[in-house]
Design a protein around this ligand. Structure first.
Ligand SMILES: CCCCCCCCCCCCCC(=O)CC(=O)SCCNC(=O)CCNC(=O)[C@H](O)C(C)(C)COP(=O)(O)OP(=O)(O)OC[C@H]1O[C@@H](n2cnc3c(N)ncnc32)[C@H](O)[C@@H]1OP(=O)(O)O
Ligand SMILES: NC(=O)C1=CN([C@@H]2O[C@H](COP(=O)(O)OP(=O)(O)OC[C@H]3O[C@@H](n4cnc5c(N)ncnc54)[C@H](O)[C@@H]3O)[C@@H](O)[C@H]2O)C=CC1
Length: 319
């Protein structure tokens, strides 16, 4: 059932009928992000930019330092746009936001006061399930637990949790690069409470992003549509229909995409994509054997050669 919610004259919100608590201000203040890589560092940066107290967790100080440098580099780009020639204002801006982010290698301690925990660790179902089983022993009962997974079922990630925890478990799927991409997919399981969905939607808006609420099915919305497009692009290349460069040019100028499919594959990471397409082809709900999601010899070869994209300095392109 759809309804039109008028939040204020200039903002017409059209979407599924939310309970009145949708309009409630998000009661989320303290955020813990687990995994300080490409995505987790971006999520921590955006939350801190919007005045949240953030704790970023990773497995080692080295990994935390890497995440911190991702944030600092990104914030310097934002600061340069915001304060043009004023270098003092630029460094004050960066220092103020970075000052809201504390670093930790102790996940249970880091969630003990959190209102929201967002996991952005390796795309591996068992590692995610074990992490949340550990966190659920330490996080307050009210804490919302969320995963930023690209492809794994949210309900499966929460499988080891008790019923009460499952009712406060949700998908918050950010897009890369997090500071720049407006969308966050809010993925609801069968078990999640409506007020948790409403709080998540309110928080996503409070950090300047645009929520899209969807059910917990493979790929949610964007990746379900992106993956076949990406795999068909690779099959065009395998059939020698056109070069990667020409296919990218065609999709940027013909379909208005900011990046072509091969640029985007390199940007996201070929190993991540291979993991996802192999997983869905094997047992993705309703996708098993679907030719659109068949794996690709070319993709397998590149991953085997360690050509993972931007992160390894070479993928479809050399960087
Ligand atoms: C068909 C291929 C599909 C491949 C994926 C397959 C899908 C299934 C598996 C996916 C698995 C994982 C992915 C996932 O789950 C979901 C995703 O994230 S999908 C990827 C979504 N992202 C995109 O589609 C990115 C598209 N590209 C862009 O929007 C732009 O190219 C980009 C913003 C990356 C760079 O812009 P560009 O103009 O090329 O360069 P600039 O350097 O000038 O940047 C423009 C603008 O943006 C600011 N900016 C860029 N990066 C950052 C940053 N990290 N921090 C802060 N600011 C940043 C920059 O300052 C510029 O700002 P202006 O105000 O415009 O000056
Ligand atoms: N790369 C992308 O474009 C996108 C990725 N995602 C999803 O976000 C998640 C993270 O992806 P990326 O940031 O690209 O990966 P990444 O490899 O850049 O970062 C993962 C981070 O998690 C840390 N980590 C691994 N296991 C951990 C544990 N048990 N405890 C704490 N930290 C741990 C790693 O040290 C690393 O710093 C994945 O689930 C991925 O599917 C979602 C949207 C876009």
């Amino acid at each position: 059932m759809y309804s039109v919610l008028f939040k204020s004259p200039q903002l017409l919100v059209r979407g599924p009928a939310f309970s009145t608590s949708t309009m409630a201000q998000s009661a989320i203040s303290r955020i813990t992000v687990i995994g300080g890589g490409q995505m987790g560092s971006g999520i921590a940066q955006v939350a801190a930019t919007h005045k949240h107290e953030v704790t970023l967790v990773d497995v080692s100080q080295e990994a935390l330092d890497r995440g911190k440098s991702y944030m600092a580099k990104s914030l310097k780009r934002v600061a340069k746009k915001k304060f043009a020639e004023d270098e003092t204002a630029q460094s004050q801006f960066v220092d103020e936001i970075m000052g809201r982010v504390s670093l930790s290698t102790k996940p249970q301690e880091a969630v003990s006061r959190a209102d929201l925990v967002i996991e952005a660790i390796v795309e591996n179902i068992k590692v995610k399930q074990d992490l949340f089983a550990q966190l659920s022993k330490a996080a307050p009962q009210h804490t919302i637990l969320a995963s930023n997974t690209s492809s794994l079922p949210i309900g499966k990630i929460a499988e080891l949790l008790d019923e009460q925890r499952k009712q406060r478990f949700i998908g918050l799927h950010f897009f890369n690069p997090v500071p720049q991409m407006k969308l966050v997919e809010v993925v609801r399981t069968k078990e999640v409470d409506q007020d948790v969905v409403d709080s998540a939607v309110a928080w996503v808006k409070a950090i300047g992003k645009a929520p899209a609420v969807c059910k917990d099915t493979p790929g949610f919305i964007v990746n379900r549509l992106l993956l076949p497009y990406m795999m068909e692009s690779i099959r065009l290349l395998e059939r020698d229909v056109a070069s990667a460069q020409d296919i990218d040019t065609a999709m940027k100028l013909g379909a208005g995409y900011p990046m072509g499919p091969f640029e985007l594959c390199d940007y996201v990471g070929l190993d991540t994509i291979k993991f996802i397409v192999d997983g869905w082809h094997k047992d993705g709900e309703g996708l098993k054997g679907n030719p659109l999601f068949s794996s690709s010899r070319k993709l397998d070869e590149l991953v085997k050669q360690g050509r993972l994209g931007v992160k390894s300095g070479k993928g479809f392109y050399d960087y």
